[in-house]
Design a protein. Structure first.
Length: 262
């Protein structure tokens, strides 16, 4: 049997974690508020509940104290360090974060500080990478930080399909330098996975990232008009949830393409 491509699914609820597991996920990234602003640090209760619900799946936990940009104050870095310490203490497989300078370069000293606090856990530098001025320069900066396991990136595009040329270059660079693994994510779904694998497997692709999520109707009947908590119309009353069937189909198509050697 050929090796499986690792499928990492990003979730923000126990229900989504269960759906991802049933669909064939190999690893979870756990966030809070995934459907709003790209996700933030999840609560300890959520992470512990997911850990109990799917004990066989490794969990990567988002470390992001707020939505918005990735230039953090010293106080925010302190929050991140404390969150890393907690998740490390309860046996989480790894953490996911990204820290930038105002000029769009990687903040190497503070990234190194967070990585050192996280070790020996895995560390993923998240899509803050896609907000840098140069993917190659950012990769080379991150490569100098011992302990970064992987980089989540769309190839600095709105979707992986649009970023394929940059992803090809990054995968080749990762292979040739022994640098962090490249984890493509953004727009991975049953409609795109064949093209992604076709282009990137020859470059050394080993894993992909998706949420497989969508807004579903919440259960509230009473919905006061002109009242809200600052979310979008969908996010106000809807619930973001991973679709088990999307994960299962990506799993099926990935396994078929690996077995077929295409």
């Amino acid at each position: 049997m050929p090796p499986q491509v690792v499928i990492e699914v990003c979730v923000d609820s126990v229900q989504s974690a269960l759906s991802a597991a049933r669909g064939g996920a190999n690893r979870l990234e756990v966030c809070g508020n995934l459907g709003i602003g790209g996700g933030t640090t999840p609560s300890p209760g959520l992470v512990l509940a997911i850990q109990k619900a799917v004990p066989h799946l490794p969990i990567m936990t988002m470390i992001r104290p707020r939505t918005g940009d990735f230039f953090y104050s010293n106080e925010e870095i302190d929050v991140m360090l404390r969150d890393i310490g907690f998740f490390k203490s309860v046996g989480i497989a790894g953490v996911v974060f990204g820290v930038l300078n105002p000029d769009g370069t990687v903040d190497v000293p503070r990234t190194r500080m967070l990585v050192e606090a996280a070790l020996p856990m895995q560390v993923c530098f998240h899509r803050a990478f896609d907000m840098t001025t140069s993917a190659i320069e950012a990769f080379d900066q991150i490569r100098t930080i011992q302990g970064v396991t992987r980089i989540l990136t769309s190839g600095q595009s709105q979707s992986v399909l649009a970023g394929l040329p940059v992803l090809e270059e990054l995968l080749h660079r990762s292979q040739s330098t022994g640098g962090p693994t490249i984890l493509p994510g953004a727009g991975i779904n049953p409609g795109s996975i064949h093209q992604v694998l076709d282009r990137l497997l020859p470059c050394g692709l080993k894993e992909v990232h998706l949420s497989g999520g969508r807004w579903i109707e919440g259960g509230m009947i009473h919905r006061p008009e002109d009242m809200g908590m600052g979310a979008s119309a969908e996010g106000q009353w809807g619930i973001w949830q991973t679709d088990e069937n999307v994960i299962r189909e990506v799993r099926r198509m990935t396994d078929w393409q690996m077995a077929d050697g295409k």
